[in-house]
Design a protein around this ligand. Structure first.
Ligand SMILES: [Fe+2]
Ligand SMILES: [Fe+2]
Length: 316
């Protein structure tokens, strides 16, 4: 029977890995500056300073690009809430504390650059954006009630960082603006490095306490929601983004969940006890269901898009 490790034991045992991982991150992370990614020449005053306020005709972004940009930005804006979650479950000391601070500062840069771009280019309504930010940040982010602890958090952020990478990257593609695309590729590259840090920590957790880590991974994946949960119109906007391939179920399964599970060697490990085996079976069943849902979703999407195309043709 494997021994249950306490939160403190996990953090103490894993600190050398955290330190190594932090140093690798610092060596790999490229210094970049938000102001270099924003076309300041496009900027002008709003009415309060004698200029003109925003109206939709000023935006060069499609409806889908706007929704994706706002969703991604509000997610970045909600950083204090994620910071609280991470700092409560990681130690404040040593490599853990340095990582939490560094990660928070890097995430903040994402919100800065996306907001500057959107306001300067008049890509979205800045009043609506500010109202949505107030609502979203006031609500905060809530993980499921029975969710918490180091392993569940580290498993969640591994998938979440990779999910935001995919979402930023695909948002860049639908903006139809090389400046926006370059900015979001830059942000996505950061998210990838974050994912690598958390994926490495979770892998070390699996080696140290296989059954406990397996329970955390299964719980996180069977309850997974994108971090934007709780923002205004999250469901409607999520559906729109899925419909246009910015973040859909197939991408979730094939570009986020499966590669990480493969990296952790989940289905070929032989170090689980009975509890870990049970959780692994539950996860396998969940993945099979997800694969069936992908087909169902895509069939529905194809039908919907075909109907929309037919309607557009009839109008022409
Ligand atoms: Fe970010
Ligand atoms: Fe990140």
């Amino acid at each position: 029977m494997t021994k249950e490790l306490t939160q403190l034991e996990l953090l103490t045992e894993l600190e050398p890995v955290a330190e190594q991982n932090l140093n690798r991150h610092l060596a790999m992370a490229k210094e970049w500056h938000p102001h270099d990614y924003v076309p300041w020449d496009n900027g002008r005053n709003f009415a309060a300073l004698g200029g003109e306020d925003w109206h939709p005709a000023q935006s060069g972004l499609t409806e889908v690009a706007k929704v994706a940009m706002v969703t991604n930005l509000l997610t970045e804006d909600n950083l204090p809430s994620y910071h609280r979650e991470i700092s409560e479950n990681f130690s404040q000391d040593g490599a853990w504390g340095t990582w939490v601070g560094r990660w928070t500062a890097e995430e903040n840069r994402h919100g800065i650059v996306i907001r500057d771009y959107l306001v300067v280019t008049r890509g979205v309504d800045p009043v609506a954006l500010e109202e949505a930010r107030m609502i979203h940040m006031t609500n905060g982010a809530h993980s499921p009630d029975d969710w918490g602890g180091f392993l569940e958090n580290v498993a969640y952020v591994t998938f979440q960082e990779l999910a935001t990478r995919v979402s930023h990257r695909n948002t860049g593609k639908v903006c139809d603006d090389p400046i926006a695309d370059r900015m979001l590729q830059r942000v996505a590259a950061d998210e990838n490095l974050h994912m690598i840090f958390y994926r490495t920590m979770c892998a070390a957790g699996l080696d140290l306490a296989p059954d406990q880590a397996m329970a955390a991974i299964t719980k996180v994946l069977t309850h997974f929601t994108m971090p934007g949960h709780g923002m205004p119109n999250f469901r409607r906007n999520g559906v729109l983004m899925a419909k246009h391939g910015i973040y859909d179920l197939r991408q979730h399964l094939e570009e986020v969940v499966q590669p990480v599970l493969k990296h952790w060697n989940i289905f070929d490990r032989n170090d689980f006890g009975p509890r870990g085996e049970q959780d692994r079976e539950r996860l396998a069943a969940h993945l099979e269901q997800l694969a069936r849902d992908v087909i169902k979703f895509e069939e529905q999407r194809d039908r919907l898009l075909a109907r929309e195309r037919a309607r557009d043709m009839a109008v022409v």
